[in-house]
Design a binder for this molecule. Structure first.
Ligand SMILES: Cc1cc2nc3c(=O)[nH]c(=O)nc-3n(C[C@H](O)[C@H](O)[C@H](O)COP(=O)(O)O)c2cc1C
Length: 206
């Protein structure tokens, strides 16, 4: 099959993209409103960008009415957010936080999650997650207009918390202990329980 974006509805092209760009890590992003109401939502158009300076990116797209999501409104107002990492045991609660609640409603309360204070930023961390990245906004890049247009958020990690329980004897994160999940197309997710290693090729001399 060939798919030219000109011939498809943006929703159909979105389905193709999320089916093909897999697996995607999930940023479970906590923010606070200017009035101090916490917000929490998952985003799988997400990745790390560089460690110099430590930077992450995620893409909250506009909703079907072309309006910005609560996460974007909060980050625009407060310039801060926390990326919480989703392990398998938190999958269902993570999914519940994707419900479109009213702006004044906290997903922490609605979905039975525990907010714990961050150290360097105002948005709380999710206790049920084992890794938290406290971030300051670097910039927001707007891509497109209207429904599904992106508000690409780039953030600088100012503090990272890693539960000692997910560290291996070598001090690195043990993937078996962190047990992250990934988002696939449709309603599919994957676990990271099946892994393999590949040694990096030696540098070539020209
Ligand atoms: C696993 C998962 C991944 C998601 N990824 C994205 C994404 O990358 N971008 C996006 O705009 N919405 C994404 N969503 C939908 C948002 O989580 C949803 O619109 C949410 O209500 C936004 O919350 P907010 O308005 O509080 O910011 C995803 C939902 C799930 C369950």
């Amino acid at each position: 099959m060939r798919a030219d974006p000109k011939d498809l509805h943006i929703r159909e092209f979105y389905q193709l993209m999320i089916g093909a760009i897999t697996p995607r890590p999930i940023a479970w992003v906590s923010t606070v409103s200017p009035k101090g109401i916490p917000n929490l939502a998952p985003f799988s158009f997400f990745n790390g960008v560089t460690s110099n300076p430590p930077t992450v990116v995620f893409s909250p797209v506009n909703n079907r009415h072309g309006r910005k999501k609560d996460t974007v409104l909060n980050i625009e107002a407060t310039k801060q957010f926390v990326v919480n990492v989703v392990s398998f045991d938190a999958a269902e609660k993570m999914n519940a936080t994707s419900t479109e609640f009213d702006y004044e409603v906290s997903e922490f309360d609605e979905c039975g999650l525990t907010a714990i204070p961050s150290e360097k930023v105002k948005p709380p961390r999710v206790k049920e997650a084992r890794v938290h990245m406290e971030c300051e906004l670097d910039r927001i890049i707007n891509i497109g207009d209207g429904p599904l247009a992106a508000n690409l958020v780039l953030g600088r990690i100012v503090l990272m918390h890693v539960d000692d329980g997910v560290l291996g004897a070598d001090g690195a994160v043990d993937p078996a202990k962190l047990d992250t999940i990934g988002r696939m197309g449709g309603e599919y997710y994957c676990r990271t329980t099946e892994r393999f290693t590949l040694p990096r090729p030696a540098p070539r001399k020209n």
